[in-house]
Design a protein around this ligand. Structure first.
Ligand code: GLP
Length: 241
């Protein structure tokens, strides 16, 4: 495990964007496992800036996102498809058909999970998996539970996650209570994992994830077993490590 300490959020975003850029430069037809949430926003803005300067080429890049709310269409401003389009895909030369997210409008859970698992299998694996960290230690929407869920699955969001993400919705009642997420197996099979963590609210989760017992109660703790884990965190997130 390699931990890079950043001075602040801007520094974190730049450092993490450098790592993603290096991946694209070294393997122009790479598969990126991408993530949403407020933490990677600065990283995406930095990638767009470098693309506009002519320093990056996304034309061969494929992306497979971690998760999506169940019940939201891609046109919904709070859907993760909308997030990815507006923060990254619409601003770079990635081919739209090479960008993948779970389909939040598919009501047949089993069918959608099978489709996403097949997509992953056929992609040949994720070269670089980007992750944020939930306040309860979740990654993607792999919430604390009894076991490490392996494959793509549909989860009932925990109260902690609902509260943390309610700020994005006009009223908490309109927030979806379920989401599709990649499982731990696909995350752990990525060649390299880059986790970005910012702010004091994540300090405890980060400490437990990196140095606590490996347990499904703290889903990110499984990352201790990955042999190419890179963490970029700001001082506030690293404050109790
Ligand atoms: C959501 C996403 C996660 C993300 C987490 C943290 O729950 N499903 O992938 O890591 O939020 O988000 P933030 O970076 O906004 O704290």
């Amino acid at each position: 495990m390699k931990i890079y300490s950043a001075e602040n959020y801007e520094d974190l975003s730049r450092k993490a964007a450098n790592i993603v850029s290096a991946q694209i430069i070294m393997k122009p037809d790479c598969t990126l496992g991408l993530a949403t949430g407020s933490t990677p926003e600065g990283l995406y803005a930095q990638l767009v800036e470098w693309y506009k300067k002519g320093d990056l080429d996304f034309s061969g890049v494929r992306s497979i996102n971690l998760d999506e709310y169940k019940g939201l269409a891609g046109s919904h401003p709070q859907s993760y498809r909308y997030f990815m389009d507006s923060h990254l895909f619409d601003h770079v030369n990635i081919k739209k058909e090479n960008t993948h997210l779970p389909n939040g409008m598919e009501t047949d859970t089993h069918k959608e999970c099978l489709r996403y698992n097949a997509l992953l299998a056929e992609s040949g694996g994720i070269d670089l998996q980007l992750l944020g960290l939930g306040r309860n230690g979740h990654i993607g929407f792999n919430e604390p539970g009894e076991a490490f869920e392996k494959e793509t699955h549909c989860v009932a969001l925990t109260e902690s996650t609902l509260q943390a993400n309610a700020r994005y919705f006009e009223s908490p009642q309109t927030m979806p209570r379920h989401a599709y997420t990649l499982g731990i197996k696909a995350i752990m099979q990525a060649h390299c994992i880059l986790m970005v963590v910012s702010g004091p609210a994540k300090a405890e989760a980060l400490c437990k994830s990196l140095y606590g017992p490996i347990t499904p109660q703290v889903p990110a703790s499984i990352l201790q077993l990955h042999n190419h884990l890179i963490v970029v965190a700001d001082r506030a997130a690293l404050s109790i490590i």
